[in-house]
Design a binder for this molecule. Structure first.
Ligand code: CA
Length: 453
């Protein structure tokens, strides 16, 4: 335990706080700063207005679990075998984030940071090894699985370890640290309350808050308070989705107010993003003008709404269009905290600040990578071009995103040299990866039975 004195000392030498607000399954086009018209998101938009909108912001995977495993370690999850959504297995210590990897919270701790996660964990349900507080976080309020029911009256399973599978895990009570808490209210509002309280309680020393709203992931559930704002939307799915996003936006507004109230704007980096692209048919999200949706190697799978602010340190109201990654959020705070990174496990995320404030004019990354082991494919973006290439045979595709953001015109035949260059980057990167280390949600008992036949 680091003393109060040491923590306050750390604050004085200028280690910034970081708040990362991550939505779940939010579409690229579903925030005002990316052009959304039917869902007002003034508070989320204010982050882009008071900071930088990253129009080419990527996550390291196109579904929840691996994307979060990457974010929380600032390393590509394919490096350590987290390449599938984990099954909800409260008694399997290997079903989740390997202990070989350090989380950002673990890296920040020696620099005097207090870290909290509120909301969705999804990096392992085995409490003795995978609970957030076993992985560097000082506090936790949320759920261990990949999604959750929003209405308190539906949360009927008291202990997280009593849920037998992913679908049952949606109905557990939320946990405060290690204790189940009797359900209180619509959980998006509940998470916002906790986040405000976290900022208030930790205002005097450097903190890292991962506010991982499970909204607007299914189930589509919203209260009248938020539904009433969208009488103009006819489609009942889109209407509920809009209400859920609006609840998040209210929460973001309350957190920003709390930051202002304590005069922490200049000492706090606040980032907003989604963990993957919108699954358009499931929750009525919208990724336009990007092609594809959650799970895809098209842009709609893993390019997400992405903005961050840091008053006085990065410009206000600009668009940064070079590719950046969710991995860079950890890369940024770890660098600013002067935290030590194990030599054998360098971060893939970089410190974005010199790029955002214009001191470094180069690209933050040579390439943005995606590998999807179970889908037999890679995507590699270098400059404005991107290849999607099957792993075990098949024709590559090449798109120039500067003139074809919707990935409609395959230029592989016209630009064979570029295909070759991008594929060389892919091959080199792939040598650094391992195969998935655990079965995923798709590997149900029925799937295993079929495979054995
Ligand atoms: Ca997700």
């Amino acid at each position: 335990m680091i003393s109060l004195f040491a923590q306050i000392g750390a604050a004085k030498v200028g280690k910034p706080n970081m708040i990362v607000i991550m939505c779940d399954d939010l579409g690229y086009a579903d925030v005002g700063f990316n052009g959304c018209k039917d869902i007002p998101t003034p508070n989320i938009d204010s982050i882009a207005k008071n900071g930088v909108r990253c129009s080419n912001g990527y996550v390291p995977y196109a579904v929840c679990g691996p994307s979060r495993a990457g974010f929380i370690t600032a390393r590509y999850p394919q490096r350590f075998g987290f390449e599938r959504n984990p099954q909800y297995q409260p008694y399997d210590p290997n079903m989740g984030l390997t202990r070989e990897e350090k989380t950002i919270a673990e890296l920040l701790k020696p620099s005097g940071y207090h870290s909290g996660i509120i909301g969705k964990w999804h990096l392992g349900a085995h409490i003795p090894t995978s609970h957030p507080m076993k992985r560097g976080f000082d506090e936790f309020y949320g759920h261990l699985g990949g999604g959750h029911t929003y209405f308190p009256e539906k949360l009927t399973i008291q202990r997280s370890q009593d849920a037998k599978d992913e679908s049952e895990s949606y109905r557990t009570w939320l946990m405060k640290n290690y204790e189940p808490v009797p359900p209180r209210k619509y959980i998006t509002d509940d998470f916002s309350d906790e986040a405000v309280s976290f900022v208030d309680r930790n205002r005097d020393w450097p903190f890292f808050l991962f506010l991982a709203y499970n909204a607007p992931h299914t189930p589509l559930e919203a209260t009248e308070k938020y539904l009433n704002r969208f009488s103009n939307i006819r489609d009942p799915k889109r209407k509920t989705y809009a209400a859920m996003v609006s609840a998040v936006d209210d929460g973001v507004g309350r957190i920003l107010e709390e930051i202002l109230r304590h005069n922490l704007e200049e000492s706090t980096i606040i980032a907003f993003l989604s963990d993957n692209g919108g699954p358009t048919t499931k929750n009525a999200s919208n990724n336009s003008p990007l092609r594809g949706s959650k799970g895809d190697a098209w842009e709609g799978g893993y390019r997400v709404p992405f903005a961050l602010q840091w008053k006085g340190r990065i410009p206000e109201g600009i668009v940064f269009d070079k590719p950046v990654s969710a991995l860079d959020l950890g890369g940024t705070i770890v660098a600013l905290a002067n935290a030590e990174v194990p030599e054998e496990k360098p971060l893939d995320g970089v410190n974005l600040i010199p790029f955002l404030n214009g001191k470094d004019k180069s690209f933050p990354h040579d390439a943005i990578f995606l590998r999807q082991f179970d889908r037999n494919r890679f995507a590699v973006r270098n400059g404005n071009e991107k290849i999607i290439i099957p792993w075990k045979g098949g024709a590559p595709q090449l798109y120039d995103l500067s003139e074809d953001i919707g990935e409609k015109n395959d230029l592989a035949k016209d630009r064979p040299q570029r295909v070759k260059e991008l594929d060389t980057l892919r091959t080199k990167w792939n040598t650094q990866l391992i195969e998935p280390t655990f079965l995923g949600l798709i590997h149900s008992p029925a799937w295993i039975k079929r495979k054995d036949k």
